[in-house]
Design a protein around this ligand. Structure first.
Ligand code: TYD
Length: 211
């Protein structure tokens, strides 16, 4: 079987990380080779770029610089990790990808989705996810979840005003309309078990239908 590239998207506090970990365990149990990774990062160069982008002290970061740095980190992560794993036939579960840049930088920061897509086209050079889950949650509830979860670091983008996070959500909802085949909407206000169950069933159906 050829590899599959599955990405997870959503505003802060939607619970992506928990769900992806649960999914990784279940898919491994039924015998799939799974690679869990995340953006921006997962490998040394991209983690270093991530550190620059998310450092709360970097208040002078220009929005276009931010978009370019995400695209650069994405490129490195793709060539070093995602593409080799795909050619080995692995199932890649990736926490955030291109849609994050389109929603955060393109829509919420106002750089334009088309413009941000263009710089990312150069970075991804044709590698798109086969399947994407968008975990939807009211940003206010999402941010409350984060502050309750002390293990999770607070980053520069968490500190944006609530208004920014509402725009991020609007950006994602626009993407859902643009890519209805690829992006699946998941109601992340439900319990982690329910959200996991729904995604696990969808992933299994997708994988079985392509074997
Ligand atoms: P992270 O700690 O991974 O947050 P989360 O647990 O919510 O995924 O931090 C990633 C942050 O970077 C998050 O605020 C979203 C943002 N981001 C962008 O703005 N653009 C991007 O292209 C990516 C990949 C992430």
């Amino acid at each position: 079987m050829s590899g599959k590239f599955i990405t997870f998207e959503g505003p802060e506090g939607a619970g992506k990380t928990t769900i992806i970990q649960m999914l990784e365990q279940s898919l491994k149990k039924i015998g799939y080779p799974v690679l869990l990774t995340r953006e921006p990062g997962g490998i040394k160069i991209a983690e270093e770029i991530r550190h620059i982008i998310l450092n709360p002290e970097n208040t002078e970061m220009d929005p276009r610089t931010e978009a370019l740095l995400y695209a650069a980190a994405r490129r490195q992560h793709l060539t070093e990790r995602v593409i080799p794993a795909l050619s080995e036939g692995q199932i890649i579960l990736c926490d955030r990808f291109l849609d994050s840049s389109l929603a955060y930088q393109g829509f919420a920061r106002g750089l334009g989705m088309k413009e941000v897509y263009q710089i990312n086209e150069f970075a991804i050079n044709g590698t798109m996810p086969h399947l994407t889950f968008y975990l939807d949650i009211d940003p206010e509830i999402g941010l409350k979840r984060i502050t309750q979860n002390r293990e999770r670091e607070v980053n520069r983008l968490d500190l944006e005003k609530l208004d920014f996070h509402y725009k991020v959500r609007e950006g994602y909802l626009t993407l859902l309309e643009m890519f209805p085949e690829r992006i699946h909407l998941i109601d992340a206000s439900k319990s982690a078990d329910e959200v996991y169950e729904e995604i696990y069933n969808k992933v299994k159906m997708y994988l079985f239908s392509r074997e």
